[in-house]
Ligand binder design. Structure first.
Ligand SMILES: C[S@@+](CC[C@H](N)C(=O)[O-])C[C@H]1O[C@@H](n2cnc3c(N)ncnc32)[C@H](O)[C@@H]1O
Length: 194
């Protein structure tokens, strides 16, 4: 059995952003209760492998970067998980639209792709969650910039604005019950009412 720590080390050495440790612990806990998981933002498969290890679930996961998707596929194989994983090496929005058309449903959606796109994905994710399903979105504090009072550097401005819209949308949607965590880079766990 391959070691998750090795994948983590590779990610760090190669500047691939992966879920942080305390967030990973909570993600593992959430995944453990699920049969079907959708992940947006595979990178090299670290969080996917974690969720597969913590559960008996099947995983659909989306990564647009060819090199990362290839490495992720290799990693899923090395762990012997290929039968439980479907990797879409495509843009997430197009895949989400297709999954909605196919009437797919997931117990858990782990949202960890482009931070500026979370708000755009939300209506599709809502349609993909089973009743009582869980949305877990990472990096919602984005280096402290989302809640901060100080001027946001130009390169983060649209990302931060879109994350604020995403948080407002979750807070004002009575179909979701959300809890926000100021742990690592901030994450939110929302349950869709059954
Ligand atoms: C934070 S990383 C994912 C880390 C991974 N979940 C983990 O913890 O191991 C975000 C990934 O989303 C991918 N991504 C960004 N925009 C995307 C898009 N529009 N469609 C699909 N993947 C995208 C990036 O290439 C990157 O690998």
């Amino acid at each position: 059995m391959e070691d998750l720590e090795e994948i983590k080390r590779y990610a760090k050495e190669n500047f691939v952003p992966i879920v942080r440790d305390k967030t990973a612990e909570e993600l593992c806990r959430q995944a453990g209760k699920c049969q079907s998981i959708l992940e947006i933002g595979t990178a090299i498969g670290y969080s996917g492998l974690l969720m597969l290890t913590c559960s008996q679930a099947n995983l659909d996961t989306i990564e647009k970067d060819d090199g990362r998707a290839h490495l992720a596929q290799e990693n899923f194989k090395k762990f012997g998980y290929q039968a439980r994983v479907k990797l879409y090496n495509e843009d997430a929005y197009a895949v989400l639209e297709r999954l909605v058309e196919q009437n797919k449903k997931y117990d858990l959606v782990f949202l960890d792709g482009a931070k500026g796109q979370y708000i755009k994905y939300l209506p599709l994710i809502k349609r993909l969650l089973s009743g009582g399903g869980t949305l877990f979105a990472d990096n919602i504090n984005l280096l402290g910039l989302v809640k901060g009072e100080e001027k946001v550097p130009h390169k983060y401005r649209s990302m931060v604005n879109n994350l604020r819209k995403f948080i407002n949308a979750l807070e004002s949607d009575s179909d979701f019950v959300c809890r926000f965590y100021d742990i690592d880079d901030g994450f939110v766990i929302c349950k869709l009412k059954a």
